[in-house]
Design a protein around this ligand. Structure first.
Ligand SMILES: Cc1cc2nc3c(=O)[nH]c(=O)nc-3n(C[C@H](O)[C@H](O)[C@H](O)COP(=O)(O)OP(=O)(O)OC[C@H]3O[C@@H](n4cnc5c(N)ncnc54)[C@H](O)[C@@H]3O)c2cc1C
Length: 335
């Protein structure tokens, strides 16, 4: 049954697409407006690694991230069949072995693997690491394919995505508005900041991996996510900077060194893409849904865009459902 309320979602990044999925699933008439010419263009979501790793993230984040993120794994399996549920692996160079023990102490839902077990899981890493942590329940996806799958699901539900539509004044829009503009929403969310992230995509046929591998590193936690077809995403830097410039030499060296440390075969890989963007983050690095009149701001996904977008989208849909049922809506909801 379609409800009469019409809702405009501004932004076709992962926050906007997931919100539109949840809203249309609850029977609301939804449209998405995005200023870009096509899906992903100019969206931070296009640059993401696509790790769905709530328990690994516990090493550096509040436990609420794991609590909110855990149901996302099923959400993505339902909406994107390309979600790969092979777990994730954490390794450290021999000189940083103590870091692995510290990582284990700060995280949960992992098991220790010895060299033989690592080789059984990832044959191409055979003989390279003595120990690893295996997070069996984690998953990963190709963010670009996942965004396309959400857009296709919305098209099948007759939810239009109007690309090339720049929204200047939210107040000019009719009906309820869900503002999912990412960092561009800073005009109305002054405490939103950008956290710079850089990544590199390489291609090689000389190594294959079945799951993301994190390499503990004294300065940057680095990971390599297999994207299929010989492609690997190496990411990601975390820099408290809002500079919108291309990947720096220093970051490229760090990222490529990590790949080389993981396996020397990456030394012969082709560099296919270098990318940088700014993650939208609130001061506590947790996403929030804020309501101001008829506008809901859904933002602050930080480094957990794909992990926490399903949670954020459900919050949006809960607030809109409560609104249309005239329930008492809190002015501000937070993760
Ligand atoms: C290098 C890197 C690696 C990352 N790795 C991961 C990871 O492994 N896992 C993970 O979960 N997250 C990861 N992230 C974080 C994730 O990418 C972000 O949290 C997420 O993409 C934010 O999504 P969003 O929908 O809020 O914003 P965006 O994806 O930026 O979407 C905003 C959309 O709004 C549109 N828009 C903006 N202004 C207007 C306007 N005025 N009118 C109309 N449309 C407008 C834009 O065109 C855009 O499409 C990573 C980020 C980076 C940079």
């Amino acid at each position: 049954m379609e409800r009469t309320s019409s809702i405009s979602v501004i932004g076709a990044g992962v926050a906007g697409l997931a919100s539109a999925i949840e809203l249309s699933g609850r029977g609301f008439a939804v449209e998405i407006l995005d200023r870009a010419a096509r899906l992903g263009e100019g969206a931070c979501s296009w640059m993401a690694g696509g790790m769905l790793a709530p328990w690994c993230e516990r090493a550096t984040t509040d436990e609420i991230v794991a609590q909110r993120g855990e149901p996302s794994l099923d959400w993505w399996r339902r909406h994107f069949p390309g979600t790969v549920s092979n777990g994730s692996l954490v390794v450290a160079p021999a000189r940083d072995a103590a870091d692995l023990t510290r990582f284990a102490a700060r995280t949960e839902r992992h098991e220790w693997l010895d060299a033989d077990q690592i080789a059984a899981l990832e044959p191409d890493l055979s003989g390279r690491f003595r120990r690893a942590l295996f997070f069996r329940d984690e998953a990963h996806l190709d963010p670009r394919a996942a965004l396309a799958a959400l857009a296709a699901e919305l098209a099948a539900r007759h939810v239009p995505i109007r690309f090339g539509t720049e929204v200047d004044g939210l107040a000019d829009q009719k009906g309820m508005i869900v503002d999912c503009r990412g960092l561009a929403a800073r005009d109305v969310l002054p405490d939103l900041r950008g956290v710079r992230g850089e990544m590199i995509v390489v291609r090689t046929r000389d190594i294959s991996l079945s799951r993301p591998v994190r390499l503990l590193h004294p300065r940057i936690p680095l990971y390599i996510v297999p994207r299929g077809d010989g492609r690997f995403m190496i990411g990601a830097t975390m820099v408290e900077s809002e500079e919108r410039r291309a990947v720096t030499v220093r970051s490229a060296v760090e990222l490529l060194n990590a790949a080389y440390t993981l396996h020397p075969a990456f030394g012969e890989a082709e560099i296919v893409e270098l990318g940088a963007d700014l993650r939208p983050a609130f001061p506590d690095n947790l996403p929030q849904v804020r309501r101001r009149g008829r506008v809901l701001h859904a933002n602050g996904l930080y480094r957990h865009g794909f992990l926490l977008a399903p949670w954020l989208a459900r919050e949006v849909a809960d607030v809109v459902s409560a609104e249309t049922g005239n329930a008492d809506i809190p002015e501000r909801r937070r993760a």
